[in-house]
Design a protein around this ligand. Structure first.
Ligand SMILES: *[C@@H]1O[C@H](CO)[C@@H](O)[C@H](O)[C@H]1NC(C)=O
Ligand SMILES: *[C@@H]1O[C@H](CO)[C@@H](O)[C@H](O)[C@H]1NC(C)=O
Ligand SMILES: *[C@@H]1O[C@H](CO)[C@@H](O)[C@H](O)[C@H]1NC(C)=O
Length: 505
């Protein structure tokens, strides 16, 4: 799944009551034993100041290990086994009998991580307002822990994570959600806590949440999807690609992704000062750069070919020149590459057939420094339009965030974003043709080639017709409100989980 996505820290879950840990029953594994041994060693050698130790501690915080320790303790004291009566009285928030165990890379900070957080926060809020028939439990799964990411989360989110990790569940009363790429599902193809933890057949139901960015799903992934009871995909596009590839249509269900409209609310923020961030990599500072006059296009993406940065540069550099009050800002971060984006851009332009206009290149800026999540709304607010000519998206989180921030958006009219882009709320970018993926795990699949020409025209159009563009941006936020707010999406998830609980006796 995609992009420079981070969880929304805008929500403020209440501080948890003191929790209590009882085991989520998981298979005793040599691997865990070894980890604990390492931890004990680490403690005994008192290396407690090192990142290594902190990482281990982090694992213990939000992974099966504490449960495992407790399990050991419980083996020694068999009378402290799960007692749901006691448990509910100690955790006043969740009194429902059933459990949803949400397993996702909560600690990785990647795309699945931020998506999983958005569901957890939405469901948690929902459960505070309505009587849901299940409690939430979370487990780290599917990706590596990122200490920096965890430490950067608001305290409330970290507390909520620890609290939800400690929820106690019975296997037969638990619906497991495996929120990760299917390779991490039981039996996992790489080292991770498997999901479901002890294989199939022990839980009330097992749901997979996943998505891809190409026109199909490979055979191994289809097989893995069909082992589960349900597959939740984010868009109609995925319902189509999954079922056409052989995933059981009766199991395949669309569950859209929420966007935090309270956090991404343009009325709450002043714009970030572009003068203070970004390195000029093409052109010279726009002569109208007496701030506020310049028309700023913003794009946000991981540095990979799929994101269509080449298409964006072609269109922008062909359409505009140094004589115009325009600028393109790229917020990007590495994806299996170094951070030298400026040189990559210059090199790409030199090797292309682009010709420098007589007034010089229109300016291109790269923002490769870390922009704190709390500053993201201010960054969107500082732009006049958002543009992402991607070849394929699972969902397109930055697109949705920009729409929540009322920016006019130009993005490829294919894959994930077709779920929320219309000609009333944005500028869907037409596709020229489909092209073959030439490298990586999806080699041989197809994705879209967005039109360079049409992108030129749309960028020019949005700049010339700014009032129309603003109106579409406003419509975009309205549409986000009615279809993708945390309340709406939590309701959808809640209803489906209740149906699963009711129908799997
Ligand atoms: C939740 O359940 C309690 C007790 O069963 C009931 O009094 C209350 O009205 C319910 N609240 C909602 C929002 O359904
Ligand atoms: C789950 O198992 C426990 C203990 O075996 C039993 O008491 C409980 O009723 C079961 N729950 C359901 C929903 O079948
Ligand atoms: C976007 O794609 C859909 C089909 O997927 C098509 O019906 C629609 O006309 C396209 N919109 C634009 C602006 O190209």
């Amino acid at each position: 799944m995609d992009s420079a996505e981070r969880p929304d820290p805008g929500r403020r879950p209440p501080l948890p009551p003191p929790g209590r840990t009882l085991p989520f029953i998981s298979k005793l594994k040599l691997f865990y034993l070894l980890s604990i041994l390492v931890l004990l060693l680490a403690i005994s050698f008192s290396v407690s100041k090192t990142d290594h130790f902190k990482k281990l501690f982090l694992r213990l915080t939000l992974s099966p290990y504490p449960s495992f320790l407790k399990k050991l303790l419980n083996l020694l004291h068999p009378f402290t086994v799960i007692n749901s009566q006691k448990q509910t009285s100690r955790n006043p928030i969740y009194t429902a009998p059933y459990c949803v165990l949400w397993m996702a890379p909560f600690l990785s900070g990647g795309g699945y991580s931020s998506e999983a957080w958005s569901y957890i926060l939405a469901l948690h809020d929902y459960s505070m307002r309505k009587n849901s028939s299940f409690r939430l439990k979370i487990e780290q799964h599917g990706d590596l822990e990122n200490l920096e990411f965890w430490e950067g989360l608001p305290l409330e989110m970290r507390n909520l994570a620890i609290q939800l990790h400690q929820t106690q569940c019975r296997l037969n009363e638990t619906v497991v959600v495996c929120h990760s790429e299917p390779g991490a599902w039981y039996p996992p193809l790489f080292e991770t806590l498997p999901c479901p933890p002890i294989g199939y057949g022990h839980f009330r139901a097992v749901v997979g949440r996943t998505m891809f960015e190409t026109d199909r799903v490979n055979d191994e992934h289809v097989k893995r999807c069909n082992l589960l009871d349900f597959i939740w995909v984010p868009t109609d596009f995925h319902v189509k690609t999954f079922t056409e590839s052989g995933v059981d249509p009766l199991k395949t269900l669309k569950i859209v992704q929420p966007v935090d409209l309270e956090f991404f609310d343009p009325l709450k923020y002043e714009q970030l000062d572009f003068g203070s961030i970004g390195n000029l990599v093409m052109g010279s500072p726009s002569h109208g750069s007496n701030l506020g006059k310049q028309f700023v296009f913003l794009s946000i993406f991981k540095w990979e070919y799929r994101k269509g940065w080449d298409v964006l540069l072609q269109s922008y550099l062909k359409e505009f020149s140094g004589a115009e009050d325009v600028a393109l800002y790229l917020l990007t971060n590495p994806y299996h590459s170094d951070r030298d984006f400026g040189n990559k851009i210059v090199e790409y332009v030199e090797n292309s057939d682009l010709e420098e206009p007589k007034d010089g290149w229109a300016p291109v800026y790269v923002i490769d420094e870390h922009i704190a999540q709390v500053d993201m709304p201010r960054l969107y607010k500082a732009a006049n339009a958002f543009v992402l000519p991607s070849r394929g998206e699972g969902w397109g989180r930055p697109v949705v965030e920009a729409m929540a921030m009322t920016l006019p958006v130009i993005a490829t009219n294919w894959s994930g974003p077709t779920e929320f882009m219309t000609e009333d709320n944005s500028y869907p970018l037409p596709v020229d043709s489909m092209s073959e993926v030439t490298e990586g795990p999806f080699k041989g699949h197809l994705w879209a080639e967005p039109s360079v020409n049409k992108l030129q025209m749309l960028m020019r159009h949005v700049m010339r017709n700014h009032e129309e563009a603003k109106a579409r941006g406003k419509q975009a936020r309205d549409d986000m409100m009615s279809s993708f707010s945390p309340e709406v999406v939590a309701g959808i998830v809640n209803d489906h989980i209740e149906r699963i609980i009711d129908h799997t006796q």
